[in-house]
Design a protein around this ligand. Sequence first.
Ligand SMILES: [Zn+2]
Length: 530
Amino acid sequence: MAYQTLYRKFRPQTFDEVKGQDVIVTVLKNQIKNNRISHAYLFTGTRGTGKTSIAKLFARALNCENPRDGSPCNECASCKAILAGSSLNVIEMDAASNNGVDDVRRIIEEIAYSPASGKYYVYIVDEVHMFSKNAFNALLKTLEEPPSYVIFILATTEIEQIPITVLSRCQRYDFRRIDIATMADRMRAITDAEGIRIEDRALTYIATCGEGSMRDSLSLLDRCVTFYEGQEITYDSALEVLGSVDTAVYAALLEHIINEDVTGAINLLQEAVMRGCELTYFVSDFVMYLRNLMLVQVSDDIENTVNLSSDNIAILKEVSERVSRETVMRYIRVFSELSRDMNYTPQKRVLAEMAIVRVCTPDMEDLDLGSVDERISNLEEKLKNTVKAAPTVVYREVSPAAAAAVSSQPAAPAVKRPLSAALPEEIQAVVKNWKSIMNHIKENDMLLYTQLRKARVSAEGAVLLIIFESEIPYNIACSNTSRESLGEALEKTLGSVVTFEIKYIKPETAADDGGYEDILKSINFEIEEA
Ligand SMILES: [Zn+2]
């Protein structure tokens, strides 16, 4: 018999076996129990968080002859047929390969008549964001007035690509990343059932690597099981198979960097390489470590965002107090660049060592704005101690010359460029009120605020564009929470809704990005009280 992956083998068969999505499960179970079914559902969330598993379960429950406490019985003729894949009532389709208007027309034809057996036709459309514009339009009419016997469950990892017209017709469920303890528990149940011996610490580590995705965690577990067939899987062997490095190593590396100890940092890197660690992963994991450090600095409630054990969070908090936010940002910038550049060269190790020298000696980075910022802060500190004069000002985007100017003319007003008259009213309002908008965000969402300071702002017609040239701030800005914060700040400040789009433009293509004009440039240069 072919090997079946743990993820497939242990796909939950009842709602009680679903872990980490309690709220969603309760709501769906109640809908079955009270027979209050909606006709279109939208499941959204990161990969591996249970969208398809729950969709399949729900589809069976909808057609089950004797549902038990809202779960499918898995024994009636309907459940059995669906489980065997022979039922015509549940249709799964992958929008990645069936994304055209013809595919949707086919569905519409299929549902012209009520099902011969069972209660509902349930269409589970995976990766629905892959639908073409025409496909969405064709679906819209059916979503508006679906026949009583048709139910759509649309699943997507990219909610922002779903047209608003579709969103507004669906009941939306946001799937959370699954926390480490829940994943470790689930994996423990599976390893016990399979007679696999594995240390608790190894399980927790695998769960951490899964970054909130049950599917990823189970496939990592699969890898360890295959590698150590029949032996106990220890924490160290898990580290070895997954080719990863204990976070303690990253903590030690950071320690060396903070102390500007180049030799210590490079020795540590060498040791990691000697132990067979793949440098590319090492660096990208270190960037993730720094990202977690940054999140710990800006927010108190990060347990769900960073997917680290509480012990590790405590360690991060301790470290975070010894290094400034700006410095962490600079480290992230240097190491993200390194991570990108390493893809293009065989001399990975030399590049890595250069990056270490660079972060350990901020004075060497003459042209690096981050280190200029740092030197300005140092300068400011000194100023504070000598003169208690007018409020100190900082130029956001600063050239070395401007940096020098800080000490001589602290309150110099910024020159505002006249705005292009062709800008639509909405955008002009945004430009005029940008400072208030940013203040609103600063009060309500510090994390987003720090990211937006790195963004370029432009417009395409009446659509406000927020453009990032690096991935981490872009990803943070794209989260649902950030989008809500931004939308709210715009609405509260301007009294009207502004459509906005968040874009990522790779730095190497930035010069050729369609010529977006930085409409806020005059404001970005505006003086700011430190
Ligand atoms: Zn049943």
